[in-house]
Design a protein around this ligand. Sequence first.
Ligand code: TMP
Length: 412
Amino acid sequence: MKFYKKNKCRICSSQNLELILDLGEQPLANAFIKKEDLEKVENKFPLRLFLCKNCFLLQLLDIVDKEFLFKQYLYLTSASKPIVTHFKKYACDIYHEFLMKKDNPLVIEIGSNDGSLLQEFKKLGTNVLGIEPAKNIAKIANDLGIPTENAFLTYKIAKKISIDNKAIVIVANNVFGHIDDLQELMKCVKLLLKDEGIFVFEVPYLLDLIQKLEFDTVYHEHLSYFSLGSLKKLMTDNEFEIFNVKKQKVHGGTIRVFAAKKNNFKPRKYVEELIDYEEKFGINKLETYKKFSDDVSRLKKSLIKELKKLKKEKKIIFGYGAPAKGNVLLNYCNIGTKFLDHIVDTTPLKQGLYTPGMHIPVKPVKILVEKGSQQVAFLLAWNYEKEILEKENQFRKNGGRFLVPIPFPRLV
Ligand code: TMP
């Protein structure tokens, strides 16, 4: 089985669900294609966002089987330097606040990818254990000396791991939204975490998605789009308590949430303040989501208009970065090789392949600076705008421009 449909909310089980945004039938955003497979029929699945009108969780209900999605994966944390830098500071902050004074502490990471974050904890002298379902990526981590269990975290696996391992800190970054059974996840965390331990996780923040029109972050891996309010409900239902939250800039706006078993830590005032802010913003109102959906349709039209204009001006346009979200944007807007010659990306695993759906070739980052003002780099990895613009300073000095797609097309 590759695909199934759900008819209940992932957090509260309500069936009071409304379709908000339909991005069409799309291939998997990370399913880059080998040249010899270009003629084969691609698997495509509906990509639709639904709102639960009871607890206001925004979510996908068309679910691609996780075995199919994650067993072999091309996303490598270490390919994006800003994330590595983010993780360095992340580990340092958690270490100084929660781990420094502990005896022989263990940090477990759920969805540990190539071990980039655990590597930093290890450098600080902590014991580490990763849990990562992608076979190829768990192998990379193990080869780098980060002990990694190659498995999906299920209750059975958690039970096995917890016989010898109880963590003082469990981390989970950009993985919470990937997991369909959130109640099972919380049971696993409960089992693997010492009573006085903390559970720290980062999730893309729903308010950023809506405010900055980050519709391309909606893809089959991302099943839920969280506000702090919806996370609070999930934690409370599982006898956990959110005691702190910190906004982060990565991935277009993320929140780092600190949770613990009930009554272990005094919640900071900011937690309730942010939940109040979300309510004032309209997070519990259907109109907020309807407006978002209309704005996304408008954005699609203006992006195509801008690309047509650039083509008329005889610009050479190429994609910069081949993130999963780039593929959602290209497929939704039907932007193919008619507009983009190729895409450049730093991930060795993606180079030499073709993008799912639009079949645009992915190449290593090598820019012909001398072609100057003839060139426009379509910044699909818009979340790294600052870093990439700094890095490609010479390209811009020679007249090259970046086209940033969201929240509205901008030439910089
Ligand atoms: P992400 O937004 O999911 O982290 O993916 C970013 C993609 O962009 C990833 O494939 C790596 C690529 N990338 C570059 O090609 N150049 C860069 O400077 C950065 C930061 C990322």
